[in-house]
Design a protein around this ligand. Structure first.
Ligand code: CA
Length: 684
């Protein structure tokens, strides 16, 4: 538990970017050195049939463990405890593998491997390729995967995504979303919460999947849903809460999100049912994947399979720790890179997952990430991949090989989170009281502009004035994910409370609307944290990774209380989806079509998106962002402008006056109310 808590604490700090120019003391280490050199001579096994494969009547077990002197396979009646029903001495196969075939297939049994290494028998392990596991993931299970498919699974398909910039991503934890008594959902905290139609709050507002449809997001990004270590699956429902950044079995779902963790098939079937229900609602499923470290060190399934190989080390043989969680994996080694690539491919094929979010992606090498994206696209061109382009500590992997945000242009089909826009809009993540552009702190205008152009080169953006990155690191807007908050750190609501302590909630809601308007009108892909559309908070807890439901669960009665906020978010999403001008796909288009106005007032930005950008029906869109405490005056070009957003109100079809006539502006001097966005569409 201590390791877990420390690890997750630092995982929160993982938001810390390794910004250009920051000291990287680890760069002095030349990799590979010392202890790790020996792994270069390990045999490479090319096949993708490690673990258990079933063909007809035969079960074939295969483990890659090149230094093992012997390997035993054990079959059990139960997921935990009891003597083995059968013990099989595995035989040496090709390229460091050990094999055993069993006929008939022992369906319903559980199994482990045990490796003799350096004259000692290691602990038993389900291996690293268990596709089904028993309760708490100690033993793998023999399951007929075809029988886990819900009805109609063969024709199940996620949404078509022409460009990642067309996506609207909603980051959600299973328990947060459904656990509150007001959710009206029966299967609270479970995968199948998403399969319940027609759920409402006691006040009659839609919840669950109907809420997502009403809001209009295109993709749900689920927090880690593979089998993780921290929640005791034998103690449901009294068990606790965890974000799940403590991986145990990478290729099987987490048991606590199933209605019966004791049955290995249930979690598999129920996760598929969730995916299918979301797909039927037109919503894709992005999975948060944490291949950069494991919950355990010497006792992890990697260590009990091929000791040392899957991790990077310091020259003295100790674990290097770029994850801040006690270890870091070694994607740059062939079998470790293959593991990651084959694992995401498995989730894409078996579970129809539509996207992957890589935790601490810069611990991985760019070559592996390029393989991940290319091989996923070959399975399904609608899949997209993004990640945190930073590490949480020093790594022996040379900086030029890391999948850092600064290296995103070296990768194909990979996007990174923009901490530039995040910190510039709301204030720095690590200083609760720090304000940002949207809350009246001057001097961040140029960094917000960097966000608006998705960190691409633009003739009117001076990167030397950027608060974080000092160069245009993205070569296309498809490489950037824009956000102002996520599961890490304070929710936007709590951040606004701490940074605007004397303001009213109404003022803070204005700031939240402005902050998200910047995210949703900027180039790149917008990403939001679940519940912020109802002004959800976490009672000021910034690292709620194991906080109780009373902190983490979204109180859906807020949807009634903050109906105006919800409607604003809904219209903002509708605006973005209706207008491709906000979703350009090339840096050239952005440089040509976005023109910033010459504004000198602090906390004020004004720009146009011109030329029916990206095929938009609107010839010119004017976006004016006023983050100041006071109203600002701007001079609009003459013309007939339809008002889309003004003074904390928005309608993607255009605002109307009290007589329901379209609200128009003629140009000239115009007042933009404090802490709000003005969005106009030129009609003439
Ligand atoms: Ca688990």
């Amino acid at each position: 538990m201590i390791d877990l808590c420390v690890g997750t604490l630092i995982a929160s700090a993982a938001s810390a970017p390794v910004a250009a120019g920051m000291c990287r003391p680890d760069d002095a280490v030349v990799y590979p050195t010392g202890y790790d050199v020996k792994f270069n001579s390990f045999p490479y096994y090319k096949g993708d049939d490690l673990g258990l494969t079933i063909a007809g009547n035969k079960a074939s077990f295969k483990l890659w463990s090149p230094e093992a002197s012997a390997v035993k396979l054990r079959l059990y009646a139960n997921a935990r405890g009891g003597e083995a029903l059968q013990t099989v001495d595995m035989t040496k196969g090709a390229d460091g593998t050990w094999v055993a075939d069993l006929t008939p297939v022992p369906y319903g049994r559980f199994y482990t491997f045990q490796v003799e290494h350096g004259g000692k028998w290691l602990k038993e392990t389900p291996g690293i390729w268990a596709k089904a596991v028993g309760v708490n993931g100690d033993r793998a299970a023999v399951v007929d995967m075809a029988k886990t498919n819900p009805e109609g699974w063969e024709t199940d398909k996620g949404p078509v995504v022409k460009s990642i910039t067309d996506a609207v991503i909603y980051e959600m934890h299973h328990r947060d979303f459904s656990m509150h008594p007001n959710s009206g959902i029966v299967n609270k905290g479970k995968f199948i919460a998403m399969t319940e139609d027609g759920t409402v709050t006691p006040l009659g507002d839609k919840t669950g999947i109907d809420h997502l449809k009403e809001l209009g997001v295109t993709h749900v990004h689920i927090l880690p849903s593979y089998d993780y270590n921290s929640v005791d699956e034998t103690q449901l429902p009294s068990n606790g809460y965890n974000w799940g950044y403590d991986p145990l079995n990478y290729n099987a779902p987490e048991g606590s999100y199933s209605t019966n963790p004791a049955d290995p098939s249930t979690r598999i079937r129920e996760m598929k049912e969730m995916v299918k229900a979301l797909h039927e609602a037109g919503i894709g499923v992005v999975m948060d994947v944490v291949y950069n470290h494991t919950a355990q060190n010497d006792d992890s399934n990697f260590s009990l399979t091929a000791p040392g190989y899957f991790y990077r080390h310091n020259p003295n043989g100790s674990y290097s720790d770029a994850s801040g969680c006690g270890n870091e994996t070694a994607s740059d080694r062939p079998m470790a890179g293959d593991f990651i690539v084959n694992s995401v491919k498995y989730w894409a094929k078996e579970y129809h997952i539509d996207g992957f979010r890589f935790d601490l992606m810069a611990i991985h090498d760019t070559e592996t990430m390029n393989r991940v994206a290319a091989e996923l696209k070959a399975i399904n061109p609608n899949i997209f991949v993004y990640g945190e382009g930073w590490t949480a500590g020093g790594t022996p992997l040379p900086a030029e090989r890391r999948a850092l945000k600064e290296n995103v242009a070296k990768m194909n089909g990979i996007a990174v989170f923009s901490d530039d826009i995040r910190d510039a809009v709301k204030g720095h993540y690590s200083d609760a009281t720090d304000r940002g552009f949207a809350t009246g702190k001057p001097g961040l205008e140029e960094t917000v502009k960097i966000g608006i152009v998705a960190s691409t080169a633009h003739p009117q953006v001076d990167y030397s004035k950027g608060n974080n990155s000092k160069f245009a690191y993205a070569s296309a807007p498809t490489q950037i994910i824009n956000y102002v908050s996520c599961h890490d750190d304070l929710t936007l609501t709590d951040k606004l409370k701490k940074s605007m302590p004397t303001a009213s909630d109404a003022e803070r809601m204005r700031a939240a609307k402005l902050a998200q308007t910047i995210v949703f009108t900027s180039q790149g892909t917008p990403f939001m944290f679940a519940g912020e559309e109802v002004f959800r908070n976490k009672k000021g807890v910034h690292n709620s990774y194991c906080s109780p439901d009373s902190i983490n669960a979204i109180d859906w009665n807020l949807k009634h209380e903050n109906a105006d906020q919800f409607n604003y978010y809904k219209e903002l999403i509708a605006l973005r989806k209706a207008h491709p001008a906000f979703r350009m796909t090339t840096a050239d288009d952005i440089a040509r079509n976005i023109k910033f106005d010459d504004v000198k007032t602090p906390n004020l930005l004004s720009y146009s998106i011109l030329n029916n950008a990206n095929g938009d029906e609107w010839k010119e869109i004017k976006v004016v962002l006023n983050g100041a405490d006071n109203d600002a005056e701007v001079k609009l070009p003459k013309g007939e402008w339809k008002v889309i957003a003004f003074d904390g109100n928005i309608n993607h079809l255009g605002l109307t006056d009290e007589n329901e006539a379209p609200l128009m502006m003629k140009g000239g001097k115009t007042s933009v109310p404090h802490r709000s966005a003005l969005i106009l569409a030129r009609i003439k």
